[in-house]
Write a protein that binds this ligand. Structure first.
Ligand code: AMP
Ligand code: ZN
Length: 433
């Protein structure tokens, strides 16, 4: 078993919590240098904090707080100490911008290096970073971590799929980083181009940046014959390197020496017990340029509460797959559902190809739910009975899971829209009247 930073990754829980309290106090003190927090923390006496849970004495920070304090409102260092700016990929409202000092970039790259090594990847690997570079943090975040590990790093970015395949072949890529939706698309193009996705030298994939189900991970693993590891992060918390799966693939280790995690009820903000699903709320514990306290991530997950220490030896808590964002929840005919539940069902049918779309409309007074699904070409051989049976099986299985009965529509591979960045799975036209 290898570690990037064995001491930090295996710190006994009592030592880890001690460190959290110390860093929390330092972070609150540092926050007072920012315009935004100075006022907020007027009446806070952090010297009285004794345990990590004392963080709950502080108010939440929301995305709206970041927006309202655009541009430098949360910054705690002089302008000339800032070396990097990133932005969140949200498409609505004003952008949120995040700043880093040189030390912040070092700390971040170290966290990413921990994640990489935790999956069994190492400096002998050739790493193709198939994700967008630029203000989005997925590109540069993994890039710096991979170089730190010493991998041959190919910054291929996203898009130009045939060239991606060529690079994989010419340079014997062994590890990639991509969104699950794009890497599944790459496999389809490989097949069209006459390749077998298994014939490449790939052995490990880092997949993240968008919600995806366990079934989708297994698809990626089967198609490419690799191990795929879930990668979680967000620009407000640096980007990738917040939580990542180890070789046990039993939840993502959340790096608690740098991030203090709470899981709260998204409606009331109250703390939930370990194992209960809720919104992740995170405090940065080491960031210099722009510390953030109790950030409402909007992401839904739970702490893996199996009572066991992870077999990999790391002591940091594990979180489940991200179910979606609180605002991804759809209410269809009064039933609450998440797109990831539908994905889970679809990906369990081997006839279903890799792309789908969920359409919610209003028909008269009623909501209607249509699931558009791409099927593999072999399904379009003129055997209508086979298609009818598949349609009824998928409809029934979705209905069993989410109660609402969907209309299921089949499409040829490549016919539904795709994005190169985060996949857009849901079109909801009900508000457009
Ligand atoms: P951005 O700040 O633009 O990188 O977007 C971050 C958001 O992407 C997170 O808040 C999550 O909603 C989503 N995200 C990132 N990684 C994952 C993952 N592994 N699984 C599910 N959602 C993810
Ligand atoms: Zn582990």
């Amino acid at each position: 078993m290898t570690f990037w930073d064995e001491n930090a990754e295996t710190l006994p829980r009592d030592k880890l919590e001690e460190l959290q309290v110390k860093r929390l106090k330092d972070t609150v003190a540092r926050c007072r240098k920012s315009i935004f927090y100075r006022n907020r923390f007027k009446d806070v006496d952090e010297s009285r904090f004794r345990k990590p849970e004392d963080v709950a004495l502080l108010p939440f920070t929301t995305k709206n707080d970041l927006r309202m304090n655009y541009d430098f409102g949360l910054v705690t260092v002089p302008r000339d100490e800032i070396v990097r700016m990133h932005s969140s990929s949200g498409t609505t409202g004003k952008a949120t911008v995040i700043f880093h000092t040189r030390r912040d970039i070092e700390t971040w790259s170290d966290l990413v290096a921990r994640c990489i090594v935790m999956t069994g990847a190492n400096k002998a690997d050739v790493f193709q970073n198939i994700i967008s570079y630029g203000m989005f943090t997925g590109g540069l975040g993994l890039h710096y971590g991979a170089e730190k590990v010493g991998m041959l790093t190919i910054p291929s970015g996203v898009g130009n799929t045939k060239r991606q395949i060529q690079l994989m072949k010419d340079f014997n890529t062994t590890v990639f980083h991509a969104t699950p939706s794009y890497i599944l698309y790459v496999s389809e193009v490989m097949v069209q181009e006459g390749y077998d996705p298994k014939e490449f030298d790939l052995r490990i994939g880092f997949v993240g940046a968008e919600p995806h189900s366990e079934q989708t991970r297994q698809r990626i693993e089967d198609i490419y014959d690799i191990d795929a590891f879930n990668s979680y992060g967000m620009s407000e918390l640096n980007g990738p390197g917040v939580a990542f799966e180890c070789e046990e693939k039993n939840g993502m280790h959340f790096w608690e020496d740098q991030y203090l995690l709470e899981v709260v009820n998204p409606q009331t903000g109250e703390k939930l017990a370990p194992g209960e699903e809720g919104e992740l709320v995170v405090t940065t514990l080491g960031r210099e340029a722009m510390p953030i306290i109790r950030y409402r991530t909007g992401d839904l997950a739970r702490i893996v509460d199996d009572g066991d220490k992870c077999a990999c030896g790391r002591t940091h808590v594990r979180i489940s797959r991200i179910k979606g964002r609180c605002d991804d929840m759809l209410i269809v005919r009064g039933v609450n559902l998440y797109p990831s539940q539908i994905e889970d069902v679809l990906m369990s049918f081997p006839e279903v190809a890799t792309n789908y779309q969920i359409l919610v409309e209003r028909e008269g007074a009623l909501d209607s739910l249509t699931v558009k699904v791409e099927l593999y070409p072999k399904m379009f051989d003129g055997d209508l009975r086979k298609l009818k049976k598949l349609e009824s099986d998928i409809t029934k299985t979705i209905q069993e899971d989410i109660v609402v009965r969907p209309k299921v529509e089949f499409h040829e591979p490549g016919s539904l829209p795709r994005t190169e960045g985060k996949a857009v799975r849901v079109i909801d036209t009900r508000g457009e009247m």
